[in-house]
Ligand binder design. Structure first.
Ligand code: ADP
Ligand code: MG
Length: 337
């Protein structure tokens, strides 16, 4: 580790911002957390370990100068969303933090964003790494499912209904507002859309409910146009979407034109909603679970035998802009992922 010089050494920084007292430090299965050379963890009996890692980079996944609290939230949220997509229960996380400098106020806010979300989902931070360099945050998350029950992208069958949670395109709309008006965007609807980008809510509880009901699942991080082909291909099927069914928030509908709303709902990334393939006879069951979670579900199409994804708008063939929508197309660090 080599942090730039500041009043706060690495050890002190970790102690002050990332080491917690009491119960929060000793979550379920934590034999040894932050402070030793490695964490010691105990898996629940008869479970599979579910592991994901995601890195977010300034100017690529969040705006340069974004609020530290939203960066802390995002770093964990993107990972929790992957855990949700597997139907898993999150348990532990590690945090690799690369900082251009040591700014106590920034770290305070970053940690608040991270731990608020961690606490909401029962996640314990069990270790990490702290180093100097361009602002980059990498979180690894670990969770579990009862053995053999994880949801995968493969496993859908022809005739399964394609279901999405929540509303689509809001995060893209929110980011657009941030880029044009910044946080000064004043209407309640604008603030709501910005919130969907800055503080995405990973659908962890829904993912767990969908385990045993859905046949396949993934989270929508790159937009439906980018992500649906991955699920269809993994399941060896074709997919069809009736575009007029895509769920749009009222904030979106009142803020932008119908065409713009549709473009973002199709191709805007970062919504972190779940896309599920559900046998028609089990839709009610999933709907009841979503009702209990106060979460909207929408059937947007179906899986069919064959390959590829087709789209229709009010019964007519429709071709979305397949280049998709890239939030950070202008970023100098642009790489194709
Ligand atoms: P080592 O040199 O053995 O890798 P470090 O000095 O980097 O250990 O870290 C000391 C302890 O602090 C370890 O338990 C490590 O997991 C933890 N740690 C380091 N950075 C972070 C961080 N950003 N968040 C949480 N824990 C961290
Ligand atoms: Mg060591």
């Amino acid at each position: 580790m080599s942090l730039p010089p500041s009043g706060l050494g690495e050890f002190e920084l970790i102690r002050r911002f990332f080491t917690r007292d009491g119960r929060a430090r000793r979550g379920p299965g934590v034999i040894l957390g932050v402070g030793d050379d490695a964490a010691l963890l105990e898996m629940p009996k008869d479970s599979d370990l579910v592991v994901a890692v995601d890195t977010i980079v300034a100017g690529r996944h969040f705006l340069e100068g974004a609020a530290a609290r939203s960066i802390g939230h995002r770093a964990l949220a993107v990972n929790l969303s992957d855990i949700a997509a597997m139907g898993a229960t999150p348990l532990w996380a590690t945090l690799a933090l690369t900082l251009p400098g040591v700014d106590a106020d920034w770290l305070e806010e970053f940690a608040a964003g991270f731990f608020d979300l961690a606490d909401a989902h029962g996640v314990t931070l069990v270790g990490g790494d702290t180093t100097g360099g361009p602002l980059t945050v990498s979180v690894q998350i670990m969770g579990h499912v009862p053995r053999g029950t994880a949801l995968r992208r493969s496993g859908a069958q022809a005739g399964d209904v394609l279901v999405v949670s929540g509303t689509l395109g809001d995060a893209a709309a929110g980011l657009n507002l941030l880029k044009t008006a910044g946080h000064s965007a004043s209407s309640r609807e604008a603030q709501e859309l910005i919130r969907r980008f800055d503080f995405a809510e990973p659908r962890v509880a829904l993912g767990q409910c969908a385990r045993g009901i859905a046949r396949a699942a993934m989270d929508l991080s790159d937009g439906l146009v980018g992500d649906l082909p991955k699920l269809a291909q993994a399941s060896g099927l074709a997919a069809h979407v009736s575009v007029e069914r895509l769920p749009l928030s009222s904030a979106m509908r009142t803020t932008v034109s119908p065409d713009q709303a549709l473009e973002w709902a199709l191709a805007g990334g970062e919504d972190f909603e779940l896309l599920l393939a559900v046998p028609p006879q089990r839709l009610n069951e999933l709907q009841s679970a979503a009702d209990r979670l106060n979460l909207m579900l929408t059937a947007i199409g179906e899986l069919r035998s064959g390959a590829g994804v087709t789209w229709s708008l009010n019964g007519k063939d429709f071709v979305p802009n397949l280049s998709g929508y890239d939030h950070f197309a202008q970023a100098s660090t642009q790489i194709t992922v």
